[in-house]
Design a protein around this ligand. Structure first.
Ligand code: ZN
Length: 157
């Protein structure tokens, strides 16, 4: 299976966040508490789209969701729009959230933020039908692995 096909990544059993127009879509490895975990203490509920096999969430949840997924799984894939001609600039390198549509495809995103606790292990352009999107694979930094494990233990309690 070509890894440069967004649908292959979307169809995998990995935690994947798809951010395009409209609401955010997310696929997670199955767990009975996924709905509660996604909702956290928010008032709105994530919506399960059963014929697509994914969750739909408000756009505003995107960056928080990526952080939570890094803590829960230690890694997450992001599929997002990609603007080839948008030059990567300090606004991207110093960004705190995870929204990135620039030509670096997320590779440099947040690099300038001191104490960044995740790494971008891969950033590539992928096909989705006629369109090109960007995929990023984020991993929680190894340094913080113990701290991350402690945090997810707390969640289970
Ligand atoms: Zn950039």
């Amino acid at each position: 299976m070509p890894a440069n096909d967004a649908r292959t990544i979307w169809a995998s059993k990995r935690p994947v966040v798809l951010r395009r127009e409209g609401r955010v879509r997310v696929r997670l490895p199955y767990a009975a508490d996924n709905r509660d975990w996604l909702r956290s203490d928010r008032r709105n509920k994530p919506e399960w789209i059963s014929d697509g096999g994914y969750w739909e969430l408000p756009k505003a949840w995107f960056s928080g969701l990526v952080d939570s997924a890094l803590i829960r799984y230690g890694e997450v894939w992001i599929i997002q729009p990609y603007r080839e001609k948008e030059i990567c600039a300090p606004a991207c390198m110093n960004a705190v959230g995870h929204e990135c549509e620039c030509s670096c495809m997320g590779a440099n995103h947040g690099m300038g933020v001191e104490g960044r606790w995740y790494e971008v292990s891969e950033a590539l352009a992928v096909r989705w039908g006629e369109r090109t999107l960007a995929v990023r694979h984020l991993k929680a930094a190894a340094l913080k692995a113990g701290w991350l494990a402690a945090m997810s233990d707390d969640d289970d309690a």
